[in-house]
Write a protein that binds this ligand. Structure first.
Ligand SMILES: *Cc1c(COP(=O)(O)O)cnc(C)c1O
Length: 329
């Protein structure tokens, strides 16, 4: 809003290929008989296979460097895209990288896990330990070895990481103006909530009037709503925008969580195959396939009119595909 102060962005380092393109999904839209569908290609941000974590890491790595840190430490699932992109960012800046992966090592080293190893990350499996506690222990050990670790939370979802998606909404605003687009809805996969939180704040700052709908990949609606709203508000404070009430702009849908995080069902399988075969675009089964499965279902239920425009924000994830070969084939 014009009467609102401008965000005071901290330093960032270049890691992502920006702006990411917006493309029509004309064949998918025709197939579904639905609204006009667009896709924003944050799967094309680069950084060892692309994805939304590249935008977050531009601010996180900048802060790590400013604090004189020489190690990035973070956590995620075995097939975490966030861990893979963090390992790549560390390599690109000559930093060490330690990853705390949830659970036990799987039989096959494939997908993002293979890439973590190729990128030189040190892997720690949590087994039944708490991942946050284990990250603390890994950081303590690094300090005794004379290193200065920089700890990044799950998904890079703190005020620093979410800032990447506030800035992404400025990028979107420019693209909307240039191509004269009218976007009624943004659909995005929401996990740890930093992406959606940044978007929600960015929508307010850059006057995006459409609705942003987060398709939950794991959490229940109420919990994710609270998390996204709190992070959006905290990010506003972080950027010098004062106290903003943003809860009204947070829309979350947990109808597509199915059997839980990373459990591939028929909806994800159909969405991944449909978008691949109609558009030549790869989704992933954990995040974007789940969100697209939700979008397809919403279209079938008549949630949008044919005159509306829906932007699917592709947050990446395809490097995980080989790890789900059995479930997708
Ligand atoms: C991490 C991730 C998300 C979710 O982003 P959050 O900021 O954690 O909500 C969505 N899609 C992909 C491919 C991801 O890796």
């Amino acid at each position: 809003m014009s009467n609102q102060p401008k965000p005071n962005y901290p330093k960032r380092v270049p890691l992502a290929q920006l702006p990411t393109p917006i493309q029509p999904l004309a064949r998918l839209s025709k197939h579904l008989g639905g609204p006009t569908l667009l896709i924003k290609r944050d799967d094309q941000t680069g950084l060892a296979g692309g994805g939304n974590k590249a935008r977050k890491l531009e601010f996180l790595v900048a802060e790590a460097l400013a604090q004189g840190c020489d190690y990035l430490v973070t956590t995620g699932a075995a097939q975490s895209n966030h861990c893979r992109q963090t390992a790549a960012a560390a390599a690109a800046y000559g930093l060490g990288c330690s990853l705390v992966l949830k659970g036990n090592p799987p039989a096959a080293v494939t997908g993002n896990l293979l890439l973590d190893e190729l990128l030189g990350a040190h892997l720690y499996w949590s087994s039944d330990q708490d991942t946050v506690a284990l990250m603390g222990a890994v950081c303590a050990e690094l300090r005794t070895m004379g290193h200065t670790p920089y700890q990044i939370p799950l998904g890079g979802s703190n005020v620093v990481g979410a800032t990447g998606y506030v800035l992404a909404m400025e990028e979107l605003k420019t693209q909307i103006a240039t191509a004269n687009l009218n976007i009624d809805f943004i659909i995005v996969a929401s996990g740890s909530g930093g992406t959606q939180a940044g978007m929600v704040l960015g929508a307010t700052v850059y006057d995006f009037r459409g609705e942003i709908l987060g398709i939950s990949v794991a959490a229940e609606t109420q919990a994710l709503h609270t998390q996204v709203a709190a992070l959006a508000t905290a990010t506003a404070t972080h950027l010098g925008l004062g106290t903003l009430s943003l809860a009204d702009r947070v829309n979350v849908n947990d109808d597509y969580v199915g059997e839980g995080y990373a459990v591939v069902g028929e909806s994800e399988r159909e969405a991944v195959r449909m978008v691949a075969q109609l558009e030549g675009i790869l989704l992933d089964p954990v995040y974007t396939g789940r969100a697209m499965g939700g979008l397809i279902d919403l279209i079938r239920w008549g949630a949008f009119t044919r005159r509306q425009t829906v932007l699917f924000w592709h947050t990446g994830g395809a490097p995980a595909l080989p790890a789900f070969a059995e479930k997708l084939g």
